[in-house]
Write a protein that binds this ligand. Structure first.
Ligand code: GLU
Length: 467
């Protein structure tokens, strides 16, 4: 039988790290088993589902570079099918109309609570409709078995059982004719021939209800795997309080998808002590029995460490492709200046995010109009002497290479009989506007001759003005 998993987000918000990890596990499981992944948008909650949320979920999936084989299906496009199944269940008696009024259900509930009982429907309409002959508006309820157990073997947690007595006769269709969430999931999992449902542990309580409905439809029961929650580093449920929780925020903050994927796979799944996995390796190694039962804590420092690892390890051309997006965001055009790959190589050891690299790249492509405050203090009359001297050398260099630049700076210091620093710092400030940068000969090389000379002139003019 073909293995088929599905990812079924409700588009009520962005793709957050929890759902992204569920997606990743479903995807890896499908790929590992030579199976397929269905994408299904569970948008039946018309009030809370939004188009921007659908778009941001799609953006997230694309950015993570994960794909799917079937869909996207939208539940709102399948109402005819759900209604047909409901009619069929009514005809076969596996579901029944319930005419009980809201008021009756409310007082039933209150009585049960006051008796210390768990509130549940008392099945009045399951037995007969004689009490409600005049009432036209009804819901449809599933005729849940009243005895026995529902047992399933969770592929992550082992056997889980529920007593049917704990389960209500679930409403599967509301008074306005709209089918309810648990019911749509069941029809979809059946129609889409899903063999493995991988989802968050918050759905464990839905599973016995869904299994009962599947059985009533004569549908095969898929395997279930409920993935544990992700907590913040303070042990509380991950939320906005802990910083970014939406996947696209990680892109905006300068993370590579490879880093996030690797981080997420390890957040709840392990293969020995290994931390770094390429997507190919993950696909080969992933299995649900190595997924952790207990909750995982999200650790931003570790994610940052992983991001730095991938920034250092992936080919510079690839990193550069992602970097372009950040440069665009920061209004930096790379038309006029060094090859971006060269700058990736230059900065990747010192920057942990692409955002940081992008801002470090600015002075290679854009002229600045002022020197930063720390930098300014290096621009004083004595520095003017070094700057003038080094300018003379740079202007007349016969070849513009890192080696010739290094020699020119060194010789200037020698001729002026000062330390390298006394030439280097003013020059660094002059060409970058700031007091920190990678090795000076390399950055001057990439900034280029005419730009470097013009910036030295600007620094000299600044000294003249301020002395
Ligand atoms: N739509 C549900 C959610 O976003 C997932 C349901 C399921 O996987 O069965 O939490």
């Amino acid at each position: 039988m073909k293995i088929k998993t599905r990812f079924a987000p409700s588009p009520t918000g962005y793709l957050h790290v929890g759902s992204a990890r569920t997606l990743l596990y479903s995807w890896l499981f499908a790929r590992n088993q030579g199976g397929e992944l269905v994408l299904r948008i569970e948008d039946t909650d018309l009030e809370r589902s939004t188009q921007p949320a659908i778009e941001s979920i799609m953006d997230g999936i694309n950015w993570l570079n994960l794909d799917w084989d079937e869909g996207p299906y939208f539940q709102t496009k399948r109402f005819d099918r759900y209604n047909a199944v409901i009619d069929n269940m009514l005809a076969r008696g596996t579901a029944y109309k319930c005419y009980c009024s809201k008021e009756r259900l409310k007082s039933l509930r209150e009585e049960q609570i006051s008796r210390g009982e768990k509130p549940r429907y008392d099945c009045r309409c399951r037995k007969s409709h004689e009490h409600h002959a005049d009432n036209k508006s009804y819901v449809v309820r599933f005729r849940n078995p009243q005895k026995g157990l529902v047992i399933f073997n969770d592929l992550i947690r082992g056997p889980i059982q529920f007593s049917n007595q704990e389960l209500d006769d679930l409403i599967i269709c509301r008074t306005d004719g709209s089918p309810t969430y648990n019911f749509c999931v069941v029809v979809d999992d059946f129609d889409m021939a899903i063999t493995h449902v991988i989802r968050g542990e918050d759905h464990i309580n839905n599973t016995p209800r869904q299994i009962n409905i599947l059985k009533a439809l004569g549908a095969p029961v898929p395997n279930y795997a409920h993935v544990s929650m992700i907590l913040g580093d303070d042990g509380k449920k991950l939320s906005k309080r802990h910083g970014a929780v939406g996947i696209m925020q990680y892109r905006d903050d300068g993370f590579l998808p490879e880093a996030l994927i690797n981080y997420l796979v390890r957040l709840g799944w392990s293969h020995g002590d290994q931390e770094i996995f390429s997507v190919e390796r993950m696909k080969n190694l992933f299995s649900l029995d190595a997924v952790n039962k207990s909750a995982s804590a999200f650790n931003k420092e570790k994610l940052l460490w992983m991001n730095h690892y991938y920034i250092k390890q992936l080919p510079a051309e690839y990193v550069a492709k992602h970097l372009v997006w950040h440069l665009d965001q920061q209004g930096i055009s790379t038309c006029n200046g060094p090859k971006l790959e060269d700058l990736v190589n230059l900065f990747r050891n010192r920057c942990k995010t692409l955002k940081e690299i992008a801002s470090s790249c600015r002075y290679f492509y854009q002229d600045f109009i002022k020197f930063d405050d720390v930098a300014k203090k290096y621009l004083h009359p004595v520095a003017a002497k070094s700057l003038n001297a080094v300018r003379g050398k740079l202007a007349t260099l016969s070849e513009w290479t890192i080696v010739s630049l290094h020699t020119a700076i060194e010789q200037t210091a020698k001729e002026l009989n000062v330390s390298m620093d006394k030439v280097g710092m003013p020059l660094r400030v002059a060409v970058t506007g700031a007091s920190q940068s990678p090795a000076l000969d390399i950055i001057v090389y990439f900034i280029g001759q005419s730009r470097s000379l013009a910036r030295i002139d600007m620094a000299l003019a600044f000294i003249n003005r301020t002395q």
